[in-house]
Ligand binder design. Structure first.
Ligand code: PEP
Ligand code: MN
Length: 343
């Protein structure tokens, strides 16, 4: 249920409505829009008559939200949400470029990559320190050492950092080094983790699960939002289908569908989406054309020697070419990729 306040509603009226909702043991999530304030009401509403709020001073109307995800829905928050990652705005007119290696492998690898991607307009450095590998025998990441390397490489260039947090007990450590906490595809329905991230003081980057519907994915976002963290960015990274020519099937239709259903920003990761560097640039261009708020791509100084996801890692040259083309497409749609910072 959402309570839409009149545009003329004054603060004391809004506070009184919030208090009345609270008396029924329900949770209120407030969203101050351009036109009016909307109160999202969640919790067990059995025995509560929604119309009892409709007559309160300052209330314009009380509506039932038609989707099972409430706080993630566009009905609750009609304007696009802009999420701050450090000082980078995700979801505004600027297209976010998140780039870097699959995994942090060493100081030189992360520094040279950070320098190159930054010089082409990336403002968020990606890299895994805790890696969710399919095989227990594969490289699992450098842990805290990797986080330190990434943080210092990013700080040199004024970049923000996104990296994965795999377990609840890693949250404080990863939060110390990262500006954006990534939930990997394999953890999208790890509900205890999502609930804890709802209490974290950092924005969350929620990747779509391998076999999750868009509804499942938005319900996972709802876990984070309803636990108190309004800063959620969605990431389409491909889903499992019968097709084997690509690693996953990148569902670009998720971009306009999510934009319709939700106010949350959406980023596309074509690297995990197709798993083959030959196809990544085309899908990145298509993602920008479809209206994504940015892209996440894997880039490595020497992909043949990468310790993880080498086949889908772009060379520096390929990354530069991809950005140049995405920049042109973005411009035609009124979205810009910031100029690179050559140092
Ligand atoms: C990653 O981005 O490093 C990653 C492991 O992606 P995903 O969870 O989408 O497989
Ligand atoms: Mn990877």
């Amino acid at each position: 249920m959402i309570v839409i306040c009149k545009s003329s509603a004054i603060e004391s009226q809004i506070k009184a409505i919030e208090a009345e909702i609270g008396k029924h043991g329900l949770q209120v999530h407030r969203s101050d829009g351009v036109a009016h304030t909307i109160l999202g009401v969640v919790g067990d509403r059995s025995g509560v008559d929604p119309q009892s709020f409709a007559t309160m001073p300052g209330v314009r109307e009380v509506l039932q939200v038609s989707t099972p995800f409430k706080l993630a829905s566009r009905e609750f928050h009609p304007d696009d949400t802009v999420v701050y990652v450090g000082d980078v705005k995700v979801g505004g007119t600027e297209l976010a470029v998140m780039a870097g290696p699959c995994a942090v492998e060493g100081v030189e690898q992360i520094e040279t990559t950070a320098q190159f991607v930054s010089s082409h307009g990336a403002r968020i450095l990606r890299g895994g320190a805790f890696k969710p590998r399919t095989s227990p025998y594969s490289f699992q990441g450098l842990g805290e050492e990797g986080l330190k390397m990434m943080r210092s490489a990013a700080d040199e260039l004024n970049l923000a950092v996104v990296t994965e947090v795999m377990t609840i007990d890693q949250i404080p450590l990863v939060s110390k080094y990262a500006d954006l906490l990534q939930v990997g595809a394999r953890n999208m329905q790890n509900f205890p983790l999502l609930t804890e991230l709802g209490k974290a003081n950092k924005p969350i980057f929620l990747k779509r699960g391998l076999s999750a519907t868009i509804k499942d994915w938005l319900m996972s976002a709802e876990y984070i939002l309803s636990s108190g963290n309004a800063q959620v960015i969605l990431c389409e990274r491909g889903i499992r289908t019968f097709e084997t020519a690509t690693r996953n099937t990148l569902d670009l239709s998720a971009v306009p569908v999510v934009k319709q259903l939700s106010h949350l920003p959406i980023i596309v990761d074509p690297s995990h989406g197709v798993g083959d560097r030959r196809y990544i640039a085309a899908m990145a261009r298509a993602a920008v054309a479809a209206g994504a708020d940015g892209i996440m791509v894997e880039v490595h100084p020497d992909p043949a020697r990468a310790l993880s996801d080498g086949p889908q890692s772009l060379t520096f040259e390929q990354f530069a070419a991809l950005i140049n083309r995405c920049r042109i497409i973005g411009t035609t749609l009124g979205r810009r990729i910031p100029k690179g910072t050559d140092r």
